[in-house]
Design a protein around this ligand. Sequence first.
Ligand code: F6P
Length: 474
Amino acid sequence: MVATRHAAPILVASNRGPVSYTLTENGELTSRRGGGGLVSGLSAIGPDAGAVWVCAALSDGDRAAVSRGVAEDGSRMIAVDPPVFEAAYNGIANSVLWFVHHMLYQTPLEPVFDEDFRTQWDAYRAYNAAFADALAEEAAEGAAVLVQDYHLSLVPAMLRARRPDLRVGHFSHTPWAPPDYFRLLPDDIAEELLAGILGADRAAFLTRRWADAFAAACVAVLGATLSPDGLEVTWRGRTTRLGVHGLGADGDFLRERAGRPDVAAQMEGLRAETGADRKLIVRVDRTELSKNIVRGLLAYRQLLAEHPEWRERVVHVAFAYPSRQDLEIYRDYTAEVSRVATEINAEFGTLSWTPVLLKVDDDFPRSLAAYRLADVALVNPIRDGMNLVAKEVPVVSDNGVALVLSREAGAFAELADDAITVNPYDIRATAAALLEGLTLAPEERADRTKRLAEAATALPPSKWFLDQLEALRG
Ligand code: F6P
């Protein structure tokens, strides 16, 4: 059922929504609910709040749901033309904006901002405009609208033009690029992006570091002015307040879910595969360029090479599930992860020991099982908005875990004191950190894990969401 127009007092907009549809062979639709911080955050206001979640139709199943008028209560899917969606999502959001904010380009050859880029940019504008239209249609007078992420950077300004009565917030789940890197973008595009977000009353980020980088880009590109505390950006007579909300792990949910029998069964299965007495270095990621999985493997290889005493005594459990496989560079990266893992197994493996256990399918109970068993958690992204794995593992760890954490992850701001921190590009330092993690005294490990779990759950998704809503209405 589609909600009545102009009725929603609270709206959320994001590219990926809470539900996805699949077409079965006989043309029927099945639906599946996703997880994540936003889903549990929104649940804090309850079903009676009349909130509407506007999202994009991502698959053929989603588009069929839209054309058949199927929609879960409280959600509205937008079916943008597939080529427009493809250009906006894969072309601009994932291949340009994601690359800029995570600083992923190999700059001697890329990016190349040519005519094709301009065509894709037009598609990104159209896709953002479709969201602004839908939100303008659904929102009640004076409603609060929480726009999510780099896919929808232009929505706040577009929505303000359509509905000046609304209170609009934008939240970036990614890092924000430092000004020099942000200015790789063509000047007019850089301006349009910043002006898009500054259309919001509040622009919020996961850490102060990303908020400061955004503010610095506004000054460098737009000539905006900042308040003395650095948290108000004024441009063309309007002021946008910046906010920092460090999304935490959902401790109650994780502990309950990790205690269920399917997770226990997965723990047994993992133990059977790795060997009962071996130490486990665990990582769980999307196979994402910014997650630095390959350098993690190289660091592990260095550890085995330099510390033969650890051979046969440790297994690197690497869960790297598929992501953005429409993009060639992600397919190549996925292949490289497998290649390096296979190489390590060939170099060091024995009849009774496989040094790397790589799994490339997504299995949530199995991930929780690995979290519970991990002796060391490896979280070494080259850049990451937050990284919730770093926060989740300590919460469910059975016997304490040593967290090896990149200083480029947003989570570093909150967890650095009790983690073993690394420069993610430095293989030698990462190998040394893994060794330190493996040899950390059990008591010290337990103490650190306790403090990590506390810090990790300081701002659960429900509070994260409510705080933003309150600040926006404030
Ligand atoms: O980090 C930003 C983010 O939107 C995350 O919330 C999520 O993990 C990821 O990017 C989603 O990527 P995609 O929707 O392209 O799979």
